[in-house]
Design a protein around this ligand. Sequence first.
Ligand code: ASP
Ligand code: MG
Length: 867
Amino acid sequence: MSKINFSNHQSTQDCVVLKFGGTSVSTLQNWQNIQEIIKGHLKQKRKVFIVHSALSQISNLLTQVAEDALTDQHLAGVTKFKQQHQNLIADMGLDENLLEEIYKDLEKVLQGVSLLNELTDRSKAEILAKGELASTIIGAAYLEKTMSESVRWLDAREWLLASRGSNIHKDYLNVDCDAEFDEELTGAIAADDIIITQGFIASNKKEETVLIGRGGSDVSAAYFASKVAAIECQIWTDVPGMFTANPNVTPNARLIQRLSYVEAQEIAAMGAKVLHPRTMSPVRKANIPLRVKSTLQPDQPGTLIEKYPSDLQGVCAVTTRDPVTLVTMETLDMWGQSGFLGKIFAVFSQLDVSIDLVSTSEAMVTVSLDHAQNDLSDEVMDKLSNKLSKICKVKVINSCAAVSIIGQKVSGILSQIAPSLQAFETNTVYLMSQAANDLNITLVVDRDQANKIANSLHEYLIGSKGNTDQFGATATEMKRLYEGLETKVEVASTWWEHKAKELIDLCPNDEAVYVYDQETLSKNANTLKNITAAEQIFYAIKANHNPEVLQNFYKNGLGFETVSEVEVQYVLKLFPEIERSRILFTPNFASRKEYAAGLKTGVNFGVDSSYPLMHWPELFAGKEIILRIDPKTGKGHHAYVRTAGKRSKFGIPIEELEALSIHCRKHKIKVVGLHAHAGSGILQTGHWREHAELLNRCREWFRDVKILDLGGGFGIQDKFHQVPLDFAAVQKSLEEFKKEFDDVAIWLEPGRYLVAEAGALLTRVTQVKTKADQHFIGLNTGMNSLIRPALYGAYHRIVNLSKKDAAITRSATVVGPICESADVMGRDVPMPDTVEGDVVLIANAGAYGQVMSSSYNMREPAGEVVI
Ligand code: ASP
Ligand code: MG
C-alpha cells in the first residue's frame, strides 16, 4: 500500500475521471461529443483521466462467443467482433491494422477453449477483457490523431489489483480491487494531459486478467478516481442522471440533483440501473464527488453524489426490483424449538443462495430472494424446496416484486405513507421490511401490482413536492427538453400563447405586471357551474381580489367566500345590492370583536373552532352558523397548503362534535351547515364525495343541518404530465350522493382553480450569468411579486415570450432581483437563447400572486391589468 505524500499530492494538477459507457464510445459522432467534454475540462486546466467500456453489445457478444467456442462455433462471432471494430476504425480514418494483435490474442484463447473443450472462469475473463482493450486502443488512437495535447493509453491491469473476491464466481469474474491513493500512478501520468484506460478489467496477484463484474466500468472509474485523488468522478451515460423512480414506469419521476453516497448506493442496490452499486464505496472513502451526466444533454448538471449534505432528508426514491421470489417456511412440530432459523439458513447457504429480506413470526419465516444476485433456476429451487421440506412446510411464490422507499431516516416518514396505502387495499403485501440502516423500507408484493404501488407511493412522497434543491425536472420534461434541441417543444396551448404579441407590448420596461384574462376567468367559472349537484359556488376571494375579477364572477352568479371582516366589507362595498346569502365568512383565530362585527353583517357565518362558541356563546345566541370540521387528512401540493389533520390549525375535531352539539342547543345556536376543506391542488375526483359522506355522518349530532360545504381545493394542471381534474366525474359522484340525500344543499368554495390559469406574471430579463455548470437568468421581479415558489416550492411554468418559437438550447435557473437565496422562480427551466430585455412569462400566477406580494427590498411588486 502506498503512503500518501501530502506535499506531492497537493502539487499534482487537478484531475477529473470521466467514465463513458458502451454506447458513448461506439460511433465517431459520439467520440466528437466526448472530445468536446474533454476540451471543456482541459480549458479549466484539468488533467482528464478517461475510463471506458467495450463498444456497445460487445461484452454480450464475447460472452456468447466464449460459449460457442466449446463447440467450435465461434468463428461467426469473431467475425462480427472484428467487423464492428473495423467499421469504427474506418469511420475515424485510423490505421486498419490497429487491432491485429488483439484479434490474434482473442482467436488464440478461443482456440484453447475449443481444443480443451473447457471454458474456465479464467479464460472467460481473458476473452471478455478483449472488448475493453480493443475499444480503448481505438479511443486513444483517435484522440492522439485529433487533439494537440499528449495522450497516454494505460493497461488498467497494471494498476488495478484484485483484493478479495466477491461472493459469486470468486476469483476471476467479480473481484473487488484496492483503491488507495497511488503515488506511483500519479507519478506515471504526471506529464500527460489525457489518460485513457479500460473499465471492467483488472489483474490478480498471479498477474492474470480478472473482471470487476458486468457493468463494472463504473466501479473501475471510482477506483481510478480514488487512486489519483481526482477532484470529481463523472459517469457519462445516456440518461440525464438518477431519477426518483424508474422513468419508464413513472413519467413523473424526477431527476435527483443531489444525493448522499449512501442513498445513491441504496438506490443502485435496490434496482435502479444507472450506476453499478459498487461504484459508491471507493469514492465515498476518498470523499470524491461523483456525478452522473448524460452525453445527450452535456449542459445539464446531472446528479451529484457527495458526502451527506446535511440539508437532505426524507424520501429520495421509490424503486422496484422485479422479479423476486418469496419463500415462506412454517415450522412443523418444532414450535418454539430453538435453532429453527439456523437450520433453514444453513440450507440456503449450502445451495449458495443469498437471502435478501427476512421477516419472522413465532411459527413462520418468510424470506425473499433476488434474481440478480442468485441462480434461481428450477433445478436450484427444486433442491431448495426438497431440503427445506424436511424441516418445515415450504411455499414458494415466484411472481413477486419488491418496492422500496429509499431515503435517510426513512422510518420517520411512515406517517406520510398513510394516504398512499389505498394502493394496498386490494393487494397483498407479502413481506415488509425496514432496513437496519434506516435507508429503505421494502414491500414485497405481487409482480403485476408493483408498478401501480410504486407509482402511488411516488406520487404521495415525491411527486407532489415542488421545486426543491434536491429534485429537478420530471423525466417527461427532461425528454421534452432534449427533444427540443432538435424539434420545437410541443406544449398544450394556453390563452397567453395566442395573445403573445399583445402581452409583450403590455410588459413595462422596468417593472412587472400581472395580466388576467377575462375569457379564461369565465371559462373556469363555467366549468365549476357545470357541477350542477352544487347549489352554490363561493369564490374564495383571498386568492385574488382584483375588482374586475370579482365583477366577472359576480356576473357569472358565483358567491364569495371571505376570511376577514375587511374582506366582507370589501365585497359589500363593491356589490352594494348583493344578497347576504351570497357571502360566506369563516374567520380563523380572529378576535371576539371581529366575530361580533361579522355576525352583524348577516352573511353566512362559519365557525372553525369550539372556542368562540364555548367562550362567547352570547354572540351566537339565536344565530345560524356553519361548523368547519377537520376531515383529518390534509391534501395538496405542499404541507403549507394542507388544511386538515392534527397539525393544522383549522377545523373542529370530530371528537368534540357531540359535546358541542349539546352546548349549541343549550345556547340556542342553530347549526345549519357543516363544512370541511382539506387543502389546495387536489386532483382526485372522489375527494369531494368523500367529504360529503363524512359531513353527512356528522349530521347525526346536528339535526338542523341543511348545507354541506365540501370545501375547495380543485387542482389545476400545473405540469404537462398531470392529468387534469375530471369535472364530469366530480359532478357524477356528487349527483349520486344527492340521489341518496336530497335534503341537503351542497356548497363548494374554490379559490385557486378559478383564477390561477387566468393570470400570468410578465417581466423582463435583466441579466444572465453562468457559474460552473449553472446558468442563471435574472428577472426584473421575483419573490416580492410572486412568493409561491419560495413559500411552497411551487412550480410555475416559465416561458421566454419574446422567443416563444425559438429552439430550446439550455436549462436555466430563473431568479429575481431580491437579496434572498430563495428568490428563485424556477430551476431546470428549458429556455431558448435568452438576452437582456426579453419578456418572460410566469404562468398560472393568477392565484395567490399579487395578493401575497410585498415591497420587500423596497422593490414595488408587479401591478395588474385585466384584458
Ligand atoms: N463492458 C462491460 C459490460 O458490458 C462493463 C461495462 O460496460 O460497464 O458489462
Ligand atoms: Mg452501466
